[in-house]
Design a protein around this ligand. Structure first.
Ligand code: AMP
Ligand code: GLY
Length: 424
């Protein structure tokens, strides 16, 4: 019987812990650092997700059989390489492979080299040259901080003034620190977005169930981008034909391009897509499970996730096919008032017990902590209220029945998660 360590503390990690602990081969699950919800089903360990050295010592000491890394920061700093060096099994990409996410410039140049469809772009290190280029191209235009910015370093600008403001925030005010030393200025694509995730073992890719995310803070896709305010699976726009096209024009070209660069890609590749007139274009790559997409996706997974991850490490994925429930799942993110800007922690959350008793509902915790017997808010995205239904409409109804019973001072959430899918 095996021991598993999940690294991270968000809703995605709660879902990973929840699914992994269902495996008949898993005896015990640890999570570092975890949150109040994860603590109910796993042993939380007080080590930060980016403290690679301590995590490795812990995994060695506890003889962990599989470490699963949720967030991008430790992946981009080489946690998987560090574990492998010590003979420890870790699911995810190497540091080199994770550059597809950690540097937008690397990703864009890689896509250009290997003919992967993406928006036209130019890269700048100088504010003045970037502003000049934006003036030349005109709006709408997209400005992206090169490095990791928790999903907040991208600005879709409708006017020249907005674009200048974005450039100033990234390059002059350095709101994203070093991540903003370089900016990518990109053509604005119009279409429908979808999240496409697949697992690789370095040789083959196995697609996961399709999903769609809601990045903006307000209903109707208004307001600033966030880490994600909700998601649903499946996404009707990702039909069989589109799946085949994404595998052929995006996923395998990544795997083969990586090989040419001398890099083996293992783990999850997440392509944020814009579907323009039926054709997929890549907006971004992530080298990890999406958050919140993972919550609805794993709620639909019937197979053993532990087995799937081991097959990725061992290079035996072609022998494993994930099986999905013929159901729909919707995750509504409940966030702290003020998010994605400033917000307060420590608000007491009520209604969690009642929600936990509801059938077909799973409340994944993101930013929560235990305080004096209460569960309190401890982050911007606080909960991912996830429900399963026979179809999207049923799942939406159920998810909102659950959000109705949960509350805290200042809680906010979108009321239109999944509505887009209903229009299909
Ligand atoms: P990213 O982190 O690169 O996925 O960007 C975050 C969000 O910004 C995406 O989900 C899109 O909604 C939007 N976005 C990014 N790039 C573009 C683009 N080239 N055209 C239009 N929208 C974009
Ligand atoms: N939901 C978008 C992300 O995980 O980056």
């Amino acid at each position: 019987m095996d021991k598993v360590l999940v690294v991270g503390s968000g809703g995605r990690e709660h879902a990973l812990v929840w699914k992994l602990s269902q495996s008949p081969r898993v005896k015990k699950v640890y999570c570092a650092p975890g949150n109040a919800g994860i603590a109910e089903i796993a042993e939380c360990v007080n080590i930060k997700a980016d403290d690679i050295y301590k995590l490795r010592e812990f995994a060695k000491f506890e003889r962990i059989n599989l470490t699963v890394v949720g967030p991008e920061a430790p992946l981009s700093r080489g946690i998987v390489d560090a574990f492998r060096k010590e003979g420890l099994r870790a699911f995810g990409p190497s540091k080199d492979a994770a550059q597809l996410e950690s540097s937008k410039q690397f990703a864009k140049d890689f896509m250009r080299t290997y003919g992967i469809p993406t928006a036209e772009y130019k890269v700048f290190n100088s504010y003045i040259q970037a502003e000049e280029y934006v003036r030349l191209m005109g709006a709408p235009i997209v400005i992206k901080a090169d490095g990791l910015a928790a999903g907040k370093g991208v600005f879709v600008c409708a006017t020249f003034e907005e674009a200048v403001d974005a450039l100033k925030r990234i390059m002059r005010n350095r709101e994203f620190g070093d991540a903003g030393d370089t900016v990518v200025v990109e053509q604005c694509l119009v279409g429908e977005e979808a999240s496409f995730m697949a697992i690789s073992d370095g040789e083959v890719f196995v697609p996961l169930a399709s999903s769609q995310d809601h990045k903006r803070i307000f209903d109707g896709d208004r307001g600033p981008n966030t880490g994600g305010m909700g998601a649903y699976s499946p996404a009707p726009i990702v039909d069989e034909k589109l799946t085949a096209e994404v595998m052929e024009t995006v996923m395998y070209p990544v795997l083969n391009g990586m090989k040419k660069e001398g890099i083996v890609f293992k783990g999850v590749l997440y392509a944020g897509l814009m579907i323009c007139n039926g054709k997929p274009f890549v907006l971004e790559f992530n080298c990890r499970f999406g958050d919140p997409e993972t919550q609805p996706i794993l709620s639909r997974l019937d197979s053993d996730l532990f087995e799937l991850m081991n097959a990725s490490i061992d290079g035996t994925l072609s022998e494993v096919l994930p099986v999905w429930k013929e159901k729909a799942s919707v995750c509504v993110v409940m966030a702290a008032g003020g998010y994605p800007g400033r917000y307060e922690n420590g608000k007491v959350i009520s209604g969690l017990d009642e929600a936990a008793r509801m059938e077909d509902v799973m409340v994944f915790h993101a930013g929560t902590a235990q305080d004096d017997g209460n569960v309190v808010t401890a982050g911007g995205r606080v909960l991912g209220v996830t429900a399963i239904g026979d179809d999207i409409a049923g799942a939406i109804k159920r998810a909102y029945e659950a959000t109705d019973v949960i509350s805290w001072d200042g809680a906010q959430y979108r009321k239109d998660i999944g509505a887009r899918a209903l229009k299909k």
